[in-house]
Design a protein around this ligand. Structure first.
Ligand code: IVH
Length: 679
């Protein structure tokens, strides 16, 4: 074959494979067998292997091709990703409708009803017909760049047909279907890995992988639910037509969406799916009702992070009955002794449930839940299953009233003891929970390590439940400060933690040394100090030392801090072993960055790094850089993984190619003007 022939054969194969991908993954109606599909793929792989210079990132062979990342970069959303206000019954929805009719001063609009997918919101940005960035919602303004993982989802097109807008963003929900979720958990259980609580957590965990091969092995799928942002103004003027338009571009749109013209039809849609949701192959937690006309949407605008033009009408929790075999007790991070129900396996809304939470002894007895009872269990949204109450008519004669002290009674010691470490348990006055008071209890120590490394705390990647268990079990890490003294040789002692993975973990541990103070305070795991309280404390005391020497009066002088939290902080620092751990942190060089002063963090481009390539029309490069800096952004001359945007002018240089390879978002001059001008 001549070179031209090879190029055209490669192109033909790619478009053929893309078409079959679309038929199979988006439309769910394949035209060829798996075998035939495979042979097309093999042929393309062979040609690309023979001519590596012809491999492009948008080739269907390259979905899983990206190298693992060392960490996630941040993406600023061109327009904030909003969430939805909730309605729980007909009167909430009628209230919403009446308010918008009043505000819009019209009832000349219709609605689009959609299913509210229970997954993870993502934004996909396409430039010149190619997927360039995929991001999570994050805090709505900034998300995490997870392009490498989203590229592995076969129902997400990597390229769009000609005629697609040159720059635009679509939004949708990544989810895992019920069947895929069960299979995933079965596999994990066979390997002794921790199970995911529900499909939504499984989807979230999959998207947070640094290595795209891991994400590719998870049964992720997507429905696109709206057009996010575009520079093209010649688009359809209603949401319904826009969805149709996106469908024509090859995106996967939920076929259960309906356009309706009255609030009565909205109610019909909702009640239909309340009954039918169990038969859907994926989890939904409500119906989303959106005003169809974009003009009306714009007129209504949003309050805070919630648009007025849409509402999520939740479905009631799904319930099932099953037998409660036994009430067991687990030990939490702060020593709480948490009762939970061991159930006879039951399917609730298509997901198998074997355990459910029971809050505390008092609650169990108030609801009169007994071991041996048939009980009603429910799953609501993304929460762990709960036991609602017993079915009294089915109570067996020997059903046993629950007593935590009896359950944990140790015959030798003639007293109730911690199921993990055997310490005598306590119940502080006025509290409903029992505790294991021994901070060295292995169950607590292990969970403190996991908590310290967790996402909202020090965000150390790679150290989740599994690794915390191994590190603690092997005696390599006795408390979380020991994490900073780990060596590569230590990590090599663990299974599956070799070379690159070990290096990534050590890099992430190193990077965590400078995390903001509020994260460190939260990471310490002080009872009653969540991330919000930690942020308050960091803003007030500025350093850990000052917080740790605060008196009860100083603490309670802060508005939101009551005596319970103050006592807990004081008790934490009075404890010698905690003080020792903090000294170890300092010694390792953990120096949290100062909390950001109010007002300083609000510049619109803060934290964003720009690189400019090619010639700009509206301003000189110096001027562009100056404007970016005024808005709080920074500029660099080279593309790195940290680059937030590449601004491409006329005749862009090699930077464009590099940006594509790294999945860095590109904007043209118009896009830059929008970013600068919007604020
Ligand atoms: S529209 C401005 N449509 O629900 C409107 N959201 O609480 C923004 N979701 O973050 C969202 N299915 O993750 C929309 N058909 C649907 C949805 C949907 C699920 C999620 C989405 C969003 C959350 C809002």
């Amino acid at each position: 074959m001549s070179r031209e022939e090879i190029i055209s054969e490669i192109e033909r194969l790619r478009s053929e494979i893309n078409r079959h991908n679309y038929l199979y993954y988006v439309l769910d109606s394949p035209e060829i067998s798996d075998g035939e599909y495979d042979s097309l793929m093999q042929r393309l792989l062979k040609l690309e292997a023979e001519h590596p210079e012809l491999v492009t990132p948008d080739s269907p062979t390259q979905r899983v091709g990206a190298a693992p990342l060392e960490s996630f970069s941040t993406v600023k959303h061109p327009v904030p990703m909003l969430s939805l206000s909730n309605a729980f019954d007909e009167s909430d929805v009628e209230g919403w409708y009446n308010r918008i009719v009043k505000l819009a001063a019209s009832n000349e609009f219709d609605f689009v009803c959609e299913l509210k997918m229970d997954g993870i919101a993502v934004a996909l940005t396409y430039e010149n017909g190619k997927l360039v960035t995929g991001a999570t919602r994050g805090d709505g303004l900034y998300g995490e760049n997870i392009t490498h993982n989203l590229r592995t989802i076969r129902s997400i097109p990597l390229t769009l047909p000609p005629g697609a807008p040159s720059y635009f963003e679509v939004r949708g929900e990544v989810y895992i279907a019920k069947k895929g979720f069960e299979a995933l958990n079965n596999y994990r259980s066979s390997k002794g890995l921790p199970l995911f609580a529900n499909p939504r957590n499984a989807a979230a965990g999959s998207l947070r992988q640094l290595d795209p091969r891991l994400a590719a092995a998870r049964p992720l799928d997507i429905y696109i639910y709206m057009l996010g942002y575009t520079l093209d103004d010649a688009l359809p003027t209603s949401h319904w037509e826009r969805l149709q338009y996106l469908k024509d571009l090859g995106f996967k749109i939920n076929p259960n969406n309906r356009r309706v013209s009255s609030i009565d039809e909205v109610k019909d849609y909702h009640s239909y799916w309340v009954k039918e949701r169990q038969n859907l192959p994926y989890e939904v937690d409500g119906a989303v009702v959106k005003i169809n006309q974009i003009k009306v949407q714009q007129k209504l605008g949003s309050i805070g992070r919630e648009p007025r033009w849409a509402v999520a009408w939740k479905f009631p929790a799904i319930q099932a009955t099953t037998r409660l075999k036994e009430i067991k007790v687990s030990v939490g991070r702060t020593g709480t002794l948490n009762p939970y129900a061991l159930l006879e396996q039951v399917k609730i809304g298509g997901v198998t449930v074997k355990q459910a939470t029971l809050h505390n002894e008092e609650d169990i007895n108030r609801k009169d839940i007994r071991e041996g009872d048939t009980v009603i269990v429910q799953r609501a949204g993304d929460v762990i299953p709960q036991v609602v109450g017993p079915v009294l008519s089915k109570r067996p004669a020997d059903a046993k009233v629950f007593s935590l002290e009896q359950k944990l009674f140790n015959a030798q010691k003639q007293a109730p003891v911690c199921p993990e470490c055997g310490s005598y348990i306590v119940k502080p006055k006025g509290e409903v929970m029992y505790y294991c008071p021994d901070a060295t209890c292995p169950a607590q120590a292990r969970q403190r390590i996991e908590h310290f490394a967790s996402r909202d705390a020090m965000d150390i990647q790679g150290i989740g439940e599994q690794l915390s268990v191994s590190l603690f079990g092997k005696g390599l890490v006795k408390d979380f400060a020991d994490l900073y003294y780990l060596t590569e040789a230590d990590l090599f002692k663990l299974e599956n933690t070799k070379d690159k993975k070990a290096k990534n973990i050590l890099d992430s541990i190193e990077a965590s040394k400078q995390k903001p103070l509020e994260r460190l305070i939260f990471a310490l795991g002080i009872k009653h100090v969540g991330i919000e309280t930690a942020t308050l404390l960091a803003g007030h005391f500025k350093t850990l030392d000052r917080l740790m020497s605060a008196t009860s009066e100083e603490l309670t002088a802060i508005n939101e801090i009551g005596p319970k939290i103050a006592d807990s902080i004081l008790a934490f620092y009075k404890n010698e072993s905690n003080r020792h751990i903090i000294q170890k942190l300092y010694h390792a060089g953990v120096v949290p960055s100062q909390p950001v002063e109010k007002g300083q963090e609000t510049k619109p481009l803060s934290g964003l790094e720009f690189v400019i390539t090619g010639k700009l029309n509206n301003f000189s490069r110096d001027e562009a850089e100056k404007r970016i800096k005024e808005m709080g952004g920074s500029t660099k001359s080279d593309i790195t993984r940290k680059t937030s945007y590449l601004v491409t002018g006329a005749e862009p240089g090699s930077k464009l190619e590099k940006a594509r390879r790294l999945g860095i978002r590109q904007i043209d001059e118009q896009g830059l003007l929008e970013l600068l001008g919007r604020h």
